[in-house]
Design a protein around this ligand. Sequence first.
Ligand SMILES: NC(=O)c1ccc[n+]([C@@H]2O[C@H](COP(=O)([O-])OP(=O)(O)OC[C@H]3O[C@@H](n4cnc5c(N)ncnc54)[C@H](O)[C@@H]3O)[C@@H](O)[C@H]2O)c1
Length: 439
Amino acid sequence: MNFNRRDFVKSTSIITGGLLTTPFLSEASFFNSNSDDTIKIAVIGCGGRGTGAVVQALSTKQNVKLVAMADAFKDRLNQCYENITSDDQAHLKAKINVPEDHKFTGFDAYLKAIPLADVVILTTPPGFRPMHFEAAVNAGKHIFMEKPVATDPAGIQRVLAAAEKAKAKKLNVVVGLQRHYQNSYRELMKRLQDGMVGDIVSASAWWNNDGVWTNPRKPGQTEMDYQMRNWYYFNWLCGDHITEQHIHNIDVINWAKNGYPVRARGTGGREVRKGKDTGEIFDHHLVEFEYADGTILNSQCRHMKGTWAKVDELVVGTKGKIQFDAAKITDHKGNSLYAFDKKNKENQPYQTEHDELFEAIAKGEYKFADAENGAKSTMTSILGRMATYSGQVIEWDKAINSGIDIMPKTLAWDADMPLKPDANGNYPVAIPGKTKYFS
Ligand SMILES: NC(=O)c1ccc[n+]([C@@H]2O[C@H](COP(=O)([O-])OP(=O)(O)OC[C@H]3O[C@@H](n4cnc5c(N)ncnc54)[C@H](O)[C@@H]3O)[C@@H](O)[C@H]2O)c1
């Protein structure tokens, strides 16, 4: 874990978002040698991101067709289908062929959709990602999966094990940590690797903004239905916003450090997120992540309306600093060392993820192995959550090997949920100093 800059340059393929420096031929699917070059895709999780990812996959240069859709809820699936087949997306119509018997709903819908495709898009809430990723890898599919890739250490281990299998099978896996596919980040990281800012001495990461939607409880709704419709507020589904959103920024610092923290300590709580329909997640976390060489990442994320907003990352080195959102590098006197031309050279990284993935697949190349980094950056954010929930110093090795598993044992609409609200509709919330992970 204690990398210097030379090691970084040597081993850069480990954590550049999984982009392997040398393309290998994939054993999975050779589209360029077939007369039919159609690449069939299935989407699991037809919400906002699933819809976006389908549009992006279908907008690549390759002959991509959507052949199957899966969602827990029929109304969400239908809404997605309506959106992608609407007149606004008329250019995609010829690329969508999803008959009614290829639209699957319920908790086992993924098992029916995966076999029908060459590439699977995994865009449900992250709690389900380990089981969906494992199934897609076992079925020998190439994968685009959204971040985070799990919500607990048991899920992380499952993803890491499946990631190894994916590598052995040479399945391309892209994870939606899209900064790895963004021109400005790639250019800034290149200069970091080339030594422009010297050795990293500290870093900061922010995801501070207003927060997210709620879906108020409906009469007669089962507890599972309610939690699924409000997945953001429940850790087994979402992982808290430190995992769900702030992972993007934490991941950038892991990328810059070419490693993962060894421990975390921090503070957090619920200042404004109170009352019904606010589940169990905190509204702020402030964490010091410590890397093996002593570098500290100061990370903060907050969901509070009317407060100072910032989504960004900063790396401070011995010779200068990188401000990622501004896409510039300066020395310690403020003199410019490098400025990326955002106006003319920035790309749409969500599209680039798919452009690069489908190009590799069409050529029969094995180029992307993002799952391991996706899992370890997700684990970093879970480490932070464990630190703020408990108020204790949490060690990486202990946490990742803890076997902590917060998924319900039964996935069914009428399941007896482990987490239930009290008579006033409030859920138990972690209390620093009282919540314990280790004795
Ligand atoms: N990379 C990014 O910038 C970015 C942006 C937005 C969302 N995301 C990620 O995409 C994922 C989905 O987010 P979203 O905003 O689309 O949420 P969403 O609620 O709009 O969509 C999630 C969909 O998954 C479905 N679903 C839930 N459980 C399921 C299951 N077990 N099987 C099948 N379908 C299931 C839901 O019914 C819903 O339609 C999250 O992990 C999120 O972090 C990433």
